[in-house]
Design a protein around this ligand. Structure first.
Ligand code: SAM
Length: 378
């Protein structure tokens, strides 16, 4: 699909609808958890590339998905809600799409507990305006979640992403179009590649990383890896995970990349991604829609071996806070925690467990298990 002649609204492919569902499911959990825990704090959600909030074949886009999630979270929490208002901000640069979106979200204006902000501007300008109008989520630890969903790889420079993540309680969900990054690299001067790639990564780290002698698919992987490495290099960002979106099986399209400072954020995002996950591999392919799949890719035994290799020879603390073993499971495997993999390793006598009180073999309760030794295999 070329994005040049799309018009105000266009046809949503299955992966577009799936993306909206991931966002909606995550935001219900996000608003609800923060609403009952962040006393009097402002919750700010920003959709940086909001679109027209409508498709020719689907009733709504990401703006309505977010507003429905906010409304649902407020209704579910009722008296337990202790946070301040939810502020939802929508930035869209195209005037006609902006106008369409503004009309579509009108029914949510006036919903109790919800404040709506709209900016007919580019992402960077809109974000700067929001920072002025609602400063707390950008400089104090008030929650901030930014959804960044451009067409292609440009429009959201990494410098803006880094600024968002500098705030104490911020998260991002980014559509990283690795395919487009690799294409820009290959087009060289025809695509003004030096300037574009330097803005995408906010430095020249791509030089030497991308290579036009390798296969295109490899360049795409490297483009993604470089992006996730940059996210992990931001202070406090311990959780980064990507979900692959494909039009056809085997053909890469883009990645939904999530970055957070809190493990619960990634647990909830993986749960949301699971809703559209077709085979346990955190991959979605339009071509698989309504086709039963024969294989699954989330077998704990297989990932247990990789985890063992990662920690081999070490005694690792299993304390609840900043648990390195669970962080590995969250960031590097399909699982929400390490328990199933640890159970597999214990069966194979590849770990030795030190616990505070007696424990049943194969159980790994935080607070009970103190430390795990990953025994060297011969
Ligand atoms: C992929 S669409 C967004 C789809 C929408 N997030 C959804 O899920 O329904 C990208 C949108 O970003 C807008 N756009 C393009 N460049 C932009 C920029 N620099 N800042 C803000 N919006 C931009 C386009 O007009 C388009 O409507």
């Amino acid at each position: 699909m070329t994005t040049k002649n799309l018009g105000v609204v266009w046809k949503a492919e299955p992966h577009t609808i799936a993306k909206t569902e991931v966002l909606r499911a995550y935001l219900v959990a996000y608003f609800q958890i923060l609403g009952i825990s962040k006393r009097r704090q402002t919750l700010l959600y920003v959709d940086g590339f909001a679109g027209p909030d409508q498709y020719t074949n689907f009733s709504h886009g990401s703006p309505t998905a977010a507003l429905k999630a906010a409304q649902e979270a407020i209704a579910n929490s009722q008296r337990r809600w202790i946070a301040g208002e939810i502020h939802c901000a929508f930035i869209e640069s195209d005037p006609k799409r902006f106008e369409n979106m503004d009309k579509k979200i009108h029914p949510f204006r006036g919903v109790n507990g919800l404040k709506i902000h709209t900016h007919n501007a580019d992402f960077v300008t809109g974000l700067a305006a929001l920072r002025k109008d609602i400063p707390a989520p950008f400089c104090k630890s008030h929650p901030l979640f930014v959804f960044i969903d451009p067409f292609g790889a440009t429009g959201a420079p990494f410098s803006a992403v880094r600024e968002i993540l500098a705030s104490g309680c911020s998260e991002v969900l980014i559509n990283v179009d690795a395919d487009d990054i690799a294409r820009i690299f290959r087009a060289k001067d025809q695509a003004n590649y030096e300037e574009l790639l330097t803005a995408i990564y906010s430095d020249r780290s791509w030089v030497g990383e991308l290579n036009d002698k390798e296969q295109f698919a490899m360049s795409c992987r490297k483009a993604l890896n470089l992006y996730t490495t940059k996210l992990k290099s931001v202070a406090g960002v311990r959780y980064v995970f990507s979900f692959e979106m494909q039009k056809q099986v085997g053909a890469l399209n883009y990645f939904l990349v999530f970055a957070s400072k809190h493990p619960l954020g990634l647990v909830k995002m993986k749960e949301a991604m699971k809703r559209i996950d077709q085979d346990g591999s955190y991959r979605f392919a339009d071509a698989n829609v309504s086709q039963p799949l024969l294989f699954r890719f989330d077998d704990p035994e297989q990932y247990a071996r990789l985890m063992h290799r990662h920690f081999e020879g070490r005694r690792v603390s299993y304390e609840p806070v900043e648990n390195e073993i669970n962080d590995y499971a969250l960031n590097q495997t399909p699982f929400l925690n390490a328990k199933a993999m640890l159970a597999a390793l214990e069966r194979q006598k590849l770990i030795s467990v030190t616990s505070r009180t007696s424990r049943r073999k194969g159980t790994f309760k935080e607070g009970v298990v103190k430390e795990i030794e990953f025994i060297r295999s011969r």
